[in-house]
Write a protein that binds this ligand. Structure first.
Ligand code: C2O
Ligand code: CU
Ligand code: CU
Length: 433
């Protein structure tokens, strides 16, 4: 869905329904009857107006993940509750100069986020580039996972699933199991990959294709970088440039040890298993006449390096789990309380946050509204400018980020993007004023 005249109006109905998933009918949750929901395309300067209709039979709300929009009023915040049978009008004003790239939307109702996202409620948002891209085509690949029982219903989580974070047995790309992507030799594709899984880390590997990473989340690299693989924590997105080489190749989800149950968290189920424990996510078939010649890529302008600017404050945040999660997941020993403000920052200031993970599993840390620049990982400084809205903090490790509270005031949240952890309390409230 495209915006016209600077305003995109969309009606999103969240409701249970029967949707084709992994090639068979599934009883799940859907936006407008589809999983993923419609892709929303806007440009910097546009207004995105969403009429959310809640026919789920329980409370929900909507969050535009990664968009730099005001948390005030009916904008982006996690505090709104839309009652079953009612609707809510969101209006997101995407500021001029907003970084182009891929973002996404999903419910964010505390206590229900994991089940609603796992059930099928998510969709892509693309903030388009004004300049025409030097690519043959763009693809939005929403990667998600789900577990369906024999009747095609979404399996409820066990107690263990909730503590470890639920992982689906089916790994889907736009709702399909191992789809085939077709291209002609020499074509250049921009893949916008979203990790919409509740818990699963995607360690994406490519066999036989040349792959360049343009950026993760909203932070484009100054120039594309050839990479053998890309790690996307839950909530992360990547802009990838794929130059098609003749033949068949595979996009893989390689095993990733996120520190739980000795790393036995790799994909299982009817995806195509690989000897190394990975799963084939998609097949790429490149054949036919070569595509038309393409212009060379122009270098993109990257975000400003926050390491060069003076700091206003330093903070420490510690992630914990009482009795391995039995007593909830915490940040600084506290569980989420929407009435409490945990951090107050001054508008216009630059802060440095050190995120400590005192648990035996990784936690992908997400901050709403304001992107984070990673400046140090386990005590080692980063060399390039990496700006993300989800930053993985490895088990027992630490990550230092810088955040510029350049604009907007209001209350918003930061949390673990393993949504089961967020639902169990691993979320705090930030107020900028
Ligand atoms: Cu993708 Cu606060 O969430
Ligand atoms: Cu978010
Ligand atoms: Cu977590």
């Amino acid at each position: 869905v495209h915006s016209s005249s600077g305003r995109l109006e969309i009606r999103l109905e969240a409701a249970p329904g029967t949707v084709q998933l992994a090639g068979r009918p599934a009883s799940c949750l859907a936006y407008n009857g589809a999983v993923p929901g419609p892709t929303l395309r806007v440009r910097a300067g546009d207004v995105l107006a969403v009429h959310l209709l809640n026919n789920l039979g329980e409370q929900t709300n909507l969050h535009v993940h990664g968009l730099h929009v005001s948390p005030r009023d009916n904008g982006d915040n996690a505090f709104i509750s839309v009652a079953p049978g009612s609707s809510f009008d969101y209006e997101y004003r995407v500021p001029e100069g907003h970084p182009p790239g891929v973002y996404w939307y999903h419910p964010h109702h505390h206590g229900r986020a994991a089940s609603q996202v796992f059930g099928g409620l998510y969709g892509a948002i693309v903030v388009e580039d004004a300049a025409p891209a030097e690519v043959t085509r763009e693809r939005v690949l929403v990667v998600s996972d789900i577990t369906l029982d024999t009747a095609g219903s979404v399996s409820p989580p066990s107690m263990m699933d909730r503590m470890a974070g639920r992982t689906g047995t089916l790994l889907l790309v736009n709702g399909h199991l191992v789809p085939t992507i077709e291209a002609r030799p020499g074509e250049r594709e921009l893949w916008r990959v979203i990790n919409a899984c509740v818990t699963r880390y995607l360690r994406l590997g490519f066999e036989g294709q040349s792959l360049q990473l343009l950026g993760v989340d909203s932070g484009p690299l100054r120039e594309g970088k050839e990479v053998p693989e890309v790690l996307l924590a839950p909530g992360n997105r990547a802009d990838l440039l794929v130059t098609a080489v003749s033949g068949e190749s595979m996009v893989l989800a390689k095993p990733y040890d996120r520190g739980f149950r000795g790393g036995a968290m790799g994909p299982v189920g009817p995806g195509v298993r690989r000897p190394d424990g990975g799963t084939v996510l998609a097949t790429v078939r490149v054949a036919g006449d070569p595509g038309p010649a393409l212009k060379p890529l122009t270098t993109r302008s990257g975000p400003e390096d926050l390491r060069l600017l003076p700091l206003a404050a330093r903070r420490h945040l510690v992630f914990g789990a009482g009795a391995m999660g039995m007593q909830g997941f915490t940040i600084d020993g506290k569980r989420f309380n929407p009435a409490r403000t945990d951090i107050t920052a001054a508008k216009g200031s630059l802060e440095e946050w050190t995120l400590f993970n005192n648990t035996p599993m990784d936690h992908p840390f997400h901050l709403h509204v304001w992107p984070m620049q990673i400046v140090e990982e386990d005590g080692t400084g980063t060399d390039s400018v990496r700006v993300q809205d989800v930053v993985n903090v490895p088990a027992g490790g630490s990550v230092k980020v810088r955040v510029a509270f350049t604009d907007f005031t209001g209350r918003s949240v930061y949390h673990c993007h393993i949504l089961d952890h967020e639902d169990l309390g691993m979320m705090g409230v930030l107020e900028v004023r």
